[in-house]
Design a binder for this molecule. Structure first.
Ligand SMILES: NC(=O)c1ccc[n+]([C@@H]2O[C@H](COP(=O)([O-])OP(=O)(O)OC[C@H]3O[C@@H](n4cnc5c(N)ncnc54)[C@H](OP(=O)(O)O)[C@@H]3O)[C@@H](O)[C@H]2O)c1
Length: 224
């Protein structure tokens, strides 16, 4: 399969890339960072772009990543978290979170959709905080709201794209030990490593669309 993974430079995204490449898939690793992802790995092609920047040339990005062939799957893994009380979070910070967690992933999908090989799987990486009725945590209002929007967009796109043979799902992750989690909850020890979650997501993006479409699936063994 040819699979694009965003937010590929570290954390869960890097581990998704590693797991997919190890299984022999061609991985397009999308990153804002200036460094190649898993340099020297012939199955990994790094694409440099910032999906949270509305000025990104999405048409050029889509052209670059599908020059050889279309895509079989997209993992919208890139995301940003700011932990700050609702009362003090400035509009710029809210905008930053929504660009990274909602608008950027949707711009990417709009650009890539014509280049998806049917049947294709779009997998959005959400959060337990973005699931209705889940435990909520102070400081994560706008992050959780953005992930909630991503989850609902998942359901909507699955409906709109079902006749194009594109399946769309959202994995709502619980705590995973990454730099993002450390920054948000210093000292918290998550029950899962980035490598464990990356391996699970790599498997799900290949096989999950046979069993699920338009679903928001909690992937959590803990709270948060
Ligand atoms: N760790 C957890 O406990 C947890 C729980 C629930 C959900 N998640 C979700 O899982 C995904 C991966 O998170 P992670 O824990 O691996 O976090 P991470 O280590 O911070 O990695 C997230 C990646 O997203 C990209 N990114 C960060 N800020 C961005 C911005 N402003 N604009 C565009 N891209 C940005 C970066 O990739 P590049 O620099 O390569 O572009 C970064 O490496 C995220 O969507 C996150 O919300 C994580």
């Amino acid at each position: 399969m040819r699979i694009l993974v965003s937010g590929a430079s570290r954390g869960i995204g890097l581990e998704i890339v590693r797991a997919l490449a190890a299984e022999g898939h061609k991985v397009l690793a999308l990153t804002r960072s200036g460094s190649p992802v898993l340099p020297g790995n012939p199955r990994v092609q790094t694409l440099f772009a910032d999906i949270s920047d509305p000025a990104t040339d999405y048409a050029a990005l889509a052209e670059e990543c599908t020059r050889e062939d279309g895509l079989d799957a997209v993992v919208n893994n890139a995301g940003a978290l700011l932990n700050a009380p609702f009362d003090t979070m400035e509009a710029e910070a809210v905008q930053y979170l929504f660009e990274a967690n909602v608008f950027g992933p949707m711009r990417l999908l709009r650009a890539l959709k014509p280049r998806l090989n049917a049947p294709a799987h779009v997998l959005n990486i959400g959060s337990m905080g973005g699931v209705q009725g889940s435990a909520k945590f102070p400081g994560l209002a706008w992050y959780s709201a953005g992930k909630g929007a991503l989850a609902i967009l998942t359901e909507c796109l699955a409906e709109e794209w079902k006749n194009d043979s594109i399946r769309v799902n959202c994995l709502a992750l619980g705590a995973v030990q990454t730099e993002m989690l450390q920054a948000a909850f210093p000292g918290y020890n998550a029950p899962l490593s980035a490598a464990e979650m990356g391996t699970f997501i790599a498997d799900f993006v290949q096989n999950g669309a046979r069993f699920f479409n338009g679903k928001i699936l909690p992937v959590s063994v803990s709270t948060p």
